[in-house]
Design a protein around this ligand. Structure first.
Ligand SMILES: [Mg+2]
Length: 342
């Protein structure tokens, strides 16, 4: 393994945590990763990011789908004793469930930890529950989360009823107004009303994903200069509303009204399941919060695996969703074999 701490992104470790040494592991093949702490544990939590881990990244985020091999491995894992699988995503839970189509027993964390579903009815994470005064004013939407048209309707479904405080609602409305103020200028052709806006150069599209606690501007496939200018334009809303959190990931800029992280989500899962060991796989900057949770927690015994080349604090690294599928298949096979021997 090599070390290159200078290349690390800003630490998102919670202030009370003691920073741990960073590492930048070399790539391993799926067969080289030492899975013994997971295969041999009496009970395990296997927490998996979705986009870029189970599903290859797509220019159109609506087209993300889990690789069939990973879907098969997850189904196999969920049939094994003492084996809990969870998906941990920046997507809202409704969208995550629709895209991933996981088995019913799979737990879900959405909106970077602000939503946690430990059963059939999603609930807000207790660790990040808002101090709300009542139910959200948002109405159920049938239009889906992706649009460029300014909207006050969040993509809630009947299964998810997250709540926002009055202040969070105010910030979300400010985000919508901000995006609406420049959204029209993105399209060279005002007739572009199909849910995308062209950058006028590459022909690629800007997509705005509307979630219960945030708005995400997707820039994948855009001209780099245009994407950079768009990013600057998006985050300008923070000047007037410093409470808005900017989340940067693979070709996305997200404006969020909650401070929950995937580390919070992972902690909520582990608290509910009390596993003997935790495995977490993620590919993006936001997954570093989950890796930090594994590092910093005395209660969690786990291992993190980074997917892709970006800097990380995880001790292991594999290449891409195909490698993830191979690793999960191997994990299911080895855990089943080991349990059969006991
Ligand atoms: Mg991801």
């Amino acid at each position: 393994m090599t070390s290159d701490p200078a290349a690390m992104p800003p630490s998102q470790t919670r202030p009370e945590q003691t920073p741990t040494p960073l590492s930048a592991p070399d790539f391993s093949t799926p067969t080289e990763v030492d899975l013994r702490p997971i295969t041999g544990a009496e009970s395990v939590l296997i927490a998996l990011d979705f986009d870029g881990v189970l599903a290859p990244l797509q220019d159109d985020p609506e087209l993300s789908r889990m690789l069939p091999e990973s879907a098969r491995a997850i189904r196999a894992l969920t049939t094994l004793p003492g084996t809990r699988v969870a998906l941990v995503s920046g997507r809202d839970i409704t969208t995550l469930r629709a895209l991933a189509d996981p088995p019913e027993s799979v737990w879900l964390v959405g909106s970077h930890g602000a939503e946690v579903n430990l059963g059939t009815v999603p609930t807000a994470s207790s660790s990040v529950a808002p101090s709300t005064t009542g139910p959200s004013s948002a109405a159920p939407s049938t239009t889906g989360p992706f649009s460029t048209a300014p909207s006050t309707s969040a993509p809630f479904s009947s299964e998810s009823s997250p709540r926002r405080s009055a202040e969070e609602q105010r910030m979300l409305e400010a985000i919508d107004a901000h995006i609406a103020s420049f959204e029209h200028s993105l399209s060279a052709d005002p007739s572009t009303g199909s849910g995308t806006a062209s950058d006028g150069g590459s022909g690629a599209s800007v997509r705005v994903e509307r979630k219960p606690f945030s708005r995400t501007v997707h820039t994948r496939g855009l001209d780099a200069e245009f994407a950079s200018a768009l990013h600057a334009q998006v985050i300008a809303v923070q000047t007037e509303h410093p409470g808005i959190r900017v989340i940067e990931g693979h070709d996305i800029t997200e404006l969020a009204v909650k401070t929950a992280t995937k580390g919070d989500g992972l902690r909520a899962l582990a608290t509910a399941d009390s596993p003997a060991a935790v495995l977490y796989l993620g590919d993006d900057v936001t997954d570093e919060d989950a890796f930090a949770e594994l590092e910093g927690s005395r209660a969690l015994s786990g291992m993190g695996i980074k997917v892709g080349p970006a800097p990380t604090r995880a001790p292991w690294r594999i290449t891409d969703p195909s490698a993830v599928a191979e690793l999960l298949t191997r994990l299911a096979d080895e855990r089943r074999t080991r349990q059969a021997r006991q």
